[in-house]
Write a protein that binds this ligand. Structure first.
Ligand SMILES: *Cc1c(COP(=O)(O)O)cnc(C)c1O
Length: 382
């Protein structure tokens, strides 16, 4: 089977994890802070909190921005459900902004229109969560300008995007957002098994997220409400969670991060080759914008004849090619429909979904495999 995505694990990755297994710390040792520092250095963000998943990091990000009951959070319908669920965890309401049909990212123009409408109905969002879909950066400058005008905060769900750039700065540096989140799930750009991170330039947000990551408990006397009873003392200041990542994962992340640029370059090479190979076929290849460099997490094509997708999907799976569909619009999920969202609400997103097909893309994909994917697709489209 050629999967749609696959991690790459080197002997060095294995050695570094095994070394941690023999060390004094399996959690809360030196490797996690080292990994966090490496992510700061790589992206230029001031603070990084590594977590046990991107989902946890998104939850921490919402909590740090004080998202709570009565608040509204907006996001794109074309994403994994976690980008919206994090707001529901906080008791907030979720609403969506339709995508731009060429980038598949949240459309700044649709955002502007919705903000104008929401001003009159007193339903402005507290936070907007944008997704760099497939790794392609959103139009952050436009979204940032709107955030200043309408007073909302921004979380970048960059689960697809580590290794990419926007206006020549690394994704993750939070120039145009409050917090950026990465995922280190095995299908993403680099992996820690499960894992994620929240990055920010704000000491206040970083401190809040650090507290909430570990039960809301602090051992820092400066944060306590009274003098410590003794050296053993800790205080719970908020209702937090256990969203910590292990030392094994910290070590793996550090080792993987060394190869991120190499992998993103390889992904670009493979994506460009797909673009060429697919030219004669009745499909639309993903357009790349000039405002940045995509980490190329996913290679999503749009079929010119969406009615053929089910057949194409089945034929390719039968040929052991792990095609996939990213994503089913979140507002069409039963849980969101029960909250009042309706089919038809976001036509661009729904139209995109009908025709979308993700082809296998990962650094170890061979030229032979790629040719096989395209020839099987060509045959399935006949
Ligand atoms: C994978 C993914 C997540 C969730 O990541 P986990 O690390 O599995 O929690 C969230 N948002 C997007 C856009 C993703 O692709």
């Amino acid at each position: 089977m050629i999967p749609y995505g696959r991690q790459q694990i080197s002997q060095q990755d294995i050695d570094t994890v095994v070394e941690v297994l023999g060390s004094d710390y399996l959690t809360q040792g030196p490797k996690v802070p080292e990994f966090e520092q490496a992510l700061c250095t790589y992206t230029g963000a001031k603070y990084t909190l590594a977590t046990n998943s991107a989902t946890s990091a998104l939850h921490l990000a919402c909590r740090a921005l004080d998202v709570s009951a009565g608040d509204i959070v907006w996001t794109s319908p074309i994403t994994f459900v976690a980008s919206a669920n994090c707001a529901l965890y906080c008791g907030a309401e979720v609403d969506f902004v339709d995508i731009d049909s060429s980038s598949y990212n949240l459309c700044p123009q649709a955002l502007k229109t919705k903000l104008e409408k929401s001003t009159t109905t007193n339903s402005l969002p507290k936070v907007v969560i944008v997704i760099h879909m497939c790794g392609q950066p959103c139009d952050m400058q436009a979204i940032y300008a709107l955030s200043k005008q309408y007073g909302f905060r921004i979380i970048e769900d960059a689960s697809h995007a580590i290794g990419g750039t926007y206006l020549e700065h690394p994704i993750g540096n939070c120039r145009f957002s409050d917090i950026t989140v990465f995922s280190f799930h095995p299908v993403k750009i680099i992996t820690t098994g499960e894992g994620g991170a929240a990055l920010t330039n704000s000491l206040e947000l970083s401190t809040k997220m650090a507290l909430l990551r570990s039960h809301g408990v602090t051992r820092d006397p400066a944060l306590m409400t009274k003098e410590p009873d003794g050296p053993w003392f800790y205080q719970q200041l908020d209702l937090g969670f256990n969203y910590r990542i292990t030392e094994l994962q910290g070590a793996l992340g550090l080792s993987q991060l060394k190869r991120v640029d190499q992998w993103v370059a390889k992904r670009a090479e493979l994506a460009n080759r797909y673009d060429e190979l697919l030219t004669p076929l009745p499909v639309i290849s993903p357009k790349q914008h000039t405002n940045g460099i995509s980490a190329r997490h996913l290679y999503v094509i749009q079929l010119s004849q969406p009615e053929k997708r089910l057949t194409v999907f089945n034929k390719m799976q039968a040929a052991d090619i792990g095609v996939n569909v990213h994503y089913i619009p979140v507002h069409t999920q039963p849980h969101y429909q029960a909250l009042g969202h309706k089919l038809g609400d976001y036509p661009n997103a729904e139209h995109y979904y009908q025709a979308a097909l993700s082809l296998p893309l990962f650094p170890a994909l061979t030229d032979e495999e790629q040719k096989f994917v395209v020839s099987t697709l060509a045959e399935a489209l006949q």
